[in-house]
Design a binder for this molecule. Structure first.
Ligand SMILES: *Cc1c(COP(=O)(O)O)cnc(C)c1O
Length: 225
């Protein structure tokens, strides 16, 4: 059903469905239900806490042995959990400082891994939210691209909470413009093209504005208790 809605948004905006990845956000959802979702075809899972993800990944070993799944970290990462995060996750959407990037790069080097990351931008300049400011984003992209063990895939944002997706549209547009600016300026690699934006309430608008990665929880699993 979510996949159908993604497909119609793509059609409406003249995009191919293959350009948009669905990250099913499984935070707080019991692993038995997550297991069923994997059996039903969900292949990319988003978690916002390292420990919770570790528990789920351990419980779901049998299911994931038979299905190719990726675990993405979408919540803020504390530096003391960076090592565990590199072990567990296939991508990190919530990279929010150069210091953390350098730490992840060092750990990835030791693990012989190249870690895909997104730089999180706090477009609403909300003090309650993680992410770098719009002003520092491009400079940081340039620096992160030079770290050999990270693959900077693109930008991520969690816009201010507003009921009406139309009010959120300008934030999605802004993230797309930032990405395009970085590409035009020639400061990023060709791997940098993704936009991780759009949640249950607004993923259709996000796709219309160019999202390549929607992070959807409640619209798949129902409301979190
Ligand atoms: C919880 C969460 C989501 C999913 O939110 P829903 O509204 O349930 O779709 C997406 N992104 C981040 C960063 C989250 O923390």
């Amino acid at each position: 059903m979510i996949k159908d809605r993604i497909a119609s948004s793509c059609r409406r905006s003249g995009r191919s469905v293959s350009e948009v990845t669905l990250v099913g956000v499984t935070k707080t959802i019991p692993y038995s239900i997550v297991g069923q979702a994997i059996e039903a075809g969900l292949t990319v899972l988003g978690e916002n806490r390292v420990q919770e993800a570790a528990d789920k990944i351990a419980h779901l070993r049998q299911v994931t042995a038979q299905h190719d799944v990726e675990w993405h970290l979408i919540g803020q990462l504390q530096s003391n959990k960076a090592r565990r995060a590199v072990e567990l996750f296939d991508a990190i959407h919530s990279l929010d400082s150069l210091k953390l990037a350098e730490r992840l790069d060092g750990i990835a080097a030791e693990s012989g891994k190249r870690l895909p990351v997104f730089l999180e931008v706090n477009l609403g300049a909300e003090t309650s939210k993680a992410g770098v400011t719009e002003t520092e984003a491009l400079h940081l992209c340039e620096k992160i691209c030079r770290l050999p063990n990270l693959v900077l895939k693109g930008l991520m944002t969690v816009p201010p909470f507003l009921d009406d997706p139309q009010e959120i549209r300008p934030f999605f547009k802004k993230l797309r413009e930032l990405r395009d600016q970085a590409i035009r300026a020639g400061i990023v690699d060709s791997t940098f093209k993704e936009l991780s934006m759009g949640m249950s309430n607004d993923f259709e608008t996000a796709i219309e504005e160019g999202s390549t990665c929607v992070r959807v929880g409640t619209a798949i699993f129902g409301s979190r208790s």
